[in-house]
Structure formats: structure tokens, C-alpha cells
Write a protein that binds this ligand. Structure first.
Ligand code: EPZ
Length: 435
């Protein structure tokens, strides 16, 4: 009998205390494949304990690398023994970030064979700009029975202009270009903190990358990349998620191990909603001492309000009296979670890329299902704020990108348990609640 895990959340409790933010998922899923480019072993610190990292380690090991845990969140990765350029379908399909193995393997060996990526169902998620970048560097890209096969006789630096601002393709272009012959200029580049983190990691190995974090990145190819000891930046989206959870419960939480500059757009939006945010060197304190205020928000590439925070802020706006509006400016479809919030009493209308939220000030617990990583986070927040009990199924989505979310929230005063549910029990439970 197949079973799956679910969270059971008893809502209505204020979150108070301190929470420590882990390493950034969207940085580490690029940095770990990037170790393939090193000609010596690397030590990576502040690695978050999430399932996407486990998949990265499994792929690296399948390629012939050795991964050794030196301490909690610290790993030694030796890729000098990598003897394959093929990332098996079974591993690659589970994680969209498996596409970073394309750029790393191509950059190191001149060949990569990787399955078309999997990951969160956020609508159409093409990789045409990734292929454009590789082709501009002189590679030949083919689709062969669900596998992307990329070969080159030797990569040469070139000018790459992205038709759309894309995090993944910007990262992949850097990975492929760092050992290419000559100068590569990436225009219309993404500017997220994890782009800068990958560039910093590569530069700590001896790469020559300038301008990461701006829309023009210049890369001069180098012959050799030494080993390095590097700490991943804190996760801006995990931090934002706990900030919103604190506000949604009317709590008072110190969110530690953050880079406040990475949180500027999140802080700005939350202050518009009426949340108090006190900023310190490496932490922010979140508290609420009045009603939440309806607000209109548009998600944009960094430094705009991140699309990865859109579901979470929607859950918060359900608690603000009045009409709020959210316009999704990055992903194709990122409102699948709305049906689940409606089961908890949310009044949200979606029309294409716009959601109109009639804040009612309250939510009620219900059985719901996580449909992607950040949708799952939004349901956790809604469950914490709701009266009654919320059951969240398919929590594997949440565990892909949040380390020990249940433990971190319970340490702040939440009441969350994790249950393994057989399909029969799930079906019966859903039936009881179908009416
Ligand atoms: C990365 O996805 C993140 N994933 C996503 O995080 C995040 O939502 C997204 O960036 C935006 O910040 C990882 O880093 C593993 P994009 P990615 O390439 O690379 C279009 C999370 O919640 N596009 O910046 O797929 C695309 O359709 C996850 O942590 C092309 O048209 O995002 C989208 O509309 C979910 N052609 C837009 O660009 C391409 O070749 C932005 O995509 C690539 C992208």
C-alpha cells in the first residue's frame, strides 16, 4: 500500500522567538554542480538539509565524484574522479535544477547529456535560452529521446543576449563560459543573489567573472580552477517565508542569519501591509501591532518582489481586510495554490496572471494539498493562522526546499506534527470532508 506524509497543523498560535535561516536552495543547487569544474576538491559550507541537495549529491556520485560530510551542513566534494557526462533520467527528472549539470559538464568536458528538467509545475518552463547560450559558445545542442545532448569541439567566448531575464540560463551560461577560450559577455542577465553567489564561488576557484548582480556579466575563460572552501549565502526566500509566517500569526520573531540587503523588496512590501520590520546586521525582527493593510503587488525579477514569495504573501493578504491584488510578472502559472486556499475560506479570484484577494481577516483549517514548493509554504502559513486543524498532503514538495520547517516552526510555538498516511486513510479522510 503506497503511503505519503502529511503535516497536521493546529492553528491560531502566535509565533514568538528566534529562527535560524539555512543556506540558499537556489544557490546551492547551482554551486554543487559547479564543483565539477574544479580541478581539485572543494569544501562547501552552510549546505541546507533539503531533498534537492540529496539529489545533487546522488547525481555527483553517479558521475564518479566522491562526497564526504565533514560536519553538519559542511561537505567535501571531490570531482576529480568524474568519468561520465551523462546524468541519468531517474535523477534528473526529479529536480529542475538538474539543468545546471549541463553547463558544468559542458564547461569541463565539452560534452553533457542530461534529461529534460523536472521540478515545480509552474506552467511552461522552457530551456531555449539555456540552449541559445550554449550554442553561442560553440556547442551543438540536440534533443534525443528526452535527453538534451550537448557537444562541442572547444568552447569559445561570445556575446550572449537573453531574450528574457532568466535565472537558470544566466547561471548555466556562466558555468559553460568560465573555461571557454576568450571573453564572454552576458547581456540582460538575471541579478538574483544566487547569481552573485555562484559567481563568487567560481571566482574563489580562480575564475574571472565580473558584473554578476548587474544585467551585464563579463567572463574571461581560464585554464585551471583550483579547489576552494566556500559558504553558501543564506536563503532569501526561506527568510521571507518565516517573516510572513510571523506576521500571519501576529507574532514577534527574530529571523537570524540573513543578509538584509537581499530582503529589501520583501521588507518593503511587508511594511506596506502594516508589518513592523527592525533590521540588524544579520537578522530582522518581525512583529505586528495593528491591522494588516490591503496591498497591490507585482512580482518581478530581482531586485523586484520575488515570484518565489508570491504564494506566501497571498496567504498573508487573505488576512488583511479589503481588496488586494497580485500580478505575477515572472512565472507562467503560479496560482495553482489558490484552490487550496479557497478550501480554507480564502476569497480569491484569478484571471490569467492576476489574483484579486478579498481579505476576510480569517481562515479556517481544512485538508489541503501542496502542489509545488512555495504553494506548500503558503499552505503552512495559512494553517498556522487558521482556526482549527489543517492537513497538508504531498509535503515532499515542501521538503525539497525547506530544511526542517516543522521543527523550526514548532520551536517558535507552532503545533505541527508529521503523519504517514496510507492511501486508504487519505481517501476516507477526503471523503468525509468532501461534503
Ligand atoms: C529559477 O527557476 C528558480 N529555480 C525558481 O525557483 C524561481 O522561481 C525562478 O528561477 C525565478 O526566480 C531554480 O533556481 C532551480 P527562470 P528557473 O529561468 O531558472 C522563462 C523556487 O520556488 N524562460 O528565471 O526556471 C520562464 O518560462 C523555484 O525556489 C524562458 O522563456 O526560472 C519564466 O517565465 C521555483 N526560456 C522566466 O523565463 C528559458 O530558457 C523565468 O524563468 C528559461 C526561462
Amino acid at each position: 500500500m503506497k503511503s505519503s506524509d502529511r503535516f497536521v497543523i493546529r492553528g491560531g498560535r502566535r509565533l514568538c522567538g528566534e529562527v535560524e535561516i539555512s543556506g540558499a536552495k537556489n544557490a546551492v543547487v547551482a554551486i554543487l554542480p559547479a564543483t565539477i569544474l574544479a580541478d581539485e576538491p572543494c569544501v562547501i559550507e552552510n549546505v541546507p538539509d533539503i531533498s534537492d541537495v540529496e539529489i545533487c549529491f546522488r547525481i555527483l556520485t553517479e558521475l564518479g565524484a566522491t562526497v564526504e560530510q565533514l560536519a553538519p551542513h559542511t561537505f567535501r566534494v571531490d570531482t576529480t574522479g568524474v568519468d561520465s557526462c551523462c546524468v541519468p533520467y531517474e535523477s534528473a527528472r526529479k529536480m529542475r535544477a538538474s539543468y545546471y549539470f549541463m553547463g558544468a559538464l559542458l564547461g569541463k568536458f565539452g560534452h553533457a547529456r542530461v534529461s529534460m528538467p523536472g521540478g515545480c509545475p509552474l506552467g511552461d518552463r522552457p530551456i531555449d535560452q539555456h540552449m541559445k547560450a550554449f550554442a553561442k559558445l560553440g556547442a551543438d545542442c540536440k534533443l534525443d529521446r528526452g535527453m538534451v545532448d550537448i557537444t562541442s569541439e572547444g568552447l569559445c567566448g561570445n556575446q550572449i543576449f537573453f531574450d528574457v531575464v532568466t535565472v537558470g540560463a544566466t547561471m548555466n551560461a556562466m558555468l559553460a563560459a568560465v573555461k571557454a577560450e576568450g571573453l564572454t559577455i552576458i547581456e540582460n542577465a538575471a541579478k538574483e543573489p544566487h547569481i552573485v553567489d555562484l559567481a563568487s564561488f567560481l571566482n574563489s576557484m580562480g575564475a574571472d567573472i565580473m558584473g554578476a548582480g548587474t544585467d551585464t556579466i563579463k567572463i574571461r575563460g581560464v585554464k585551471y580552477l583550483r579547489g576552494t572552501d566556500y559558504a553558501v549565502i543564506p536563503d532569501q526566500i526561506e527568510a521571507g517565508t518565516y517573516m510572513v509566517a510571523a506576521a500571519a500569526t501576529g507574532g514577534d520573531v527574530l529571523v537570524k542569519n540573513v543578509i538584509p540587503k537581499h530582503l529589501e523588496s520583501i521588507i518593503s512590501v511587508m511594511e506596506k501591509i502594516g508589518v513592523n520590520i527592525d533590521q540588524y546586521d544579520d537578522s530582522v525582527r518581525v512583529s505586528v501591532d495593528g491591522p494588516l493593510v490591503k496591498t497591490s503587488i507585482k512580482t518581478r525579477p530581482h531586485p523586484g518582489f520575488p515570484t518565489d514569495m508570491q504564494p506566501q504573501i497571498s496567504a498573508l493578504l487573505c488576512l488583511a481586510e479589503g481588496t488586494s491584488m497580485i500580478k505575477e510578472g515572472v512565472s507562467e502559472q503560479r496560482f495553482q495554490y489558490v484552490d487550496e486556499l479557497r478550501r480554507m475560506g480564502a476569497d480569491i479570484q484569478v484571471d490569467g496572471k492576476v489574483a484579486v484577494i478579498e481579505g476576510t481577516g480569517k481562515l479556517t483549517g481544512a485538508p489541503v494539498k501542496a502542489c509545488d514548493l512555495r504553494a506548500g509554504a503558503a499552505l503552512m502559513i495559512a494553517g498556522l493562522a487558521a482556526t482549527g486543524v489543517t492537513y497538508i498532503e504531498d509535503i515532499f514538495h515542501i521538503e525539497r526546499g525547506y530544511s526542517d520547517m516543522e521543527g523550526k516552526l514548532n520551536a517558535l510555538g507552532a503545533c505541527i506534527t508529521k503523519e504517514t498516511v496510507s492511501n486508504a486513510a487519505k481517501a476516507e479522510h477526503t471523503q468525509q470532508n468532501a461534503v
